[in-house]
Design a protein around this ligand. Structure first.
Ligand SMILES: [Mg+2]
Length: 184
């Protein structure tokens, strides 16, 4: 049986871009991504600045995520650039990613997030959790209507990023699906 999917956003859950800029949170390291790298950027306003994109990442998050029992999958505007820039800092292997293609950053008239439809399509009936800082009730309604298996939308505050209680929630969800943890 395939493991459930964990759709992983970068800016917000992994990179607490909305934290106070003058103080890097404990445990985080700074990655500077040159603007000419071609890396896609979240709608956090950072793309408007004429200096390297600063990303805060916590190297402990990779092993913690890998140990939850999910199949990890990037669900971010970084798309495949997440494998180049983010994965090495987090000690993650190269991961599959959702290719948003034409709908990348395209707002929908019905208010459903532009990621939601592609994620449900990608899951194709597999249970999943979606870790992001931008879901709303409209997205939950969309998932409930279009996805016949468990689909948990787990919201993370972009001021703080992933924390212990988030990992506990994710582990509990994996357990509720009967997924054995792969480590620890
Ligand atoms: Mg985000």
């Amino acid at each position: 049986m395939k493991r459930p999917l964990l759709f992983l956003d970068v800016d917000g859950p992994l990179n607490p871009y909305a934290a106070k800029p003058e103080r890097r949170p404990d445990g985080y390291t700074t990655l500077r991504v040159p603007l000419d790298s071609g890396a896609h950027q979240e709608d956090s306003g950072l793309s408007l600045r004429r200096r390297p994109l600063r990303v805060w990442l916590n190297p402990e998050h990779g092993p913690s995520l890998l140990g939850l029992g999910f199949e990890l999958c990037w669900a971010t505007t970084w798309m495949d650039d997440a494998n180049r820039w983010i994965a090495p800092v987090l000690r993650l292997p190269e991961l599959p990613f959702v290719d948003f293609g034409e709908v990348l950053l395209q707002e929908r008239p019905d208010g459903v997030h532009w990621k939601t439809g592609p994620l449900v399509d990608y899951a194709n009936g597999r249970p999943f959790v979606w870790v992001d800082d931008e879901q709303s009730e409209l997205d939950q309604a969309y998932v409930t209507a279009h996805h016949r298996r468990s689909g948990l939308l787990h919201h993370v505050n972009p001021r703080v990023g992933l924390r212990e209680d988030d990992f506990r929630t994710l582990a509990d969800f994996a357990r509720s699906l009967g997924t054995p943890r792969t480590t620890g």
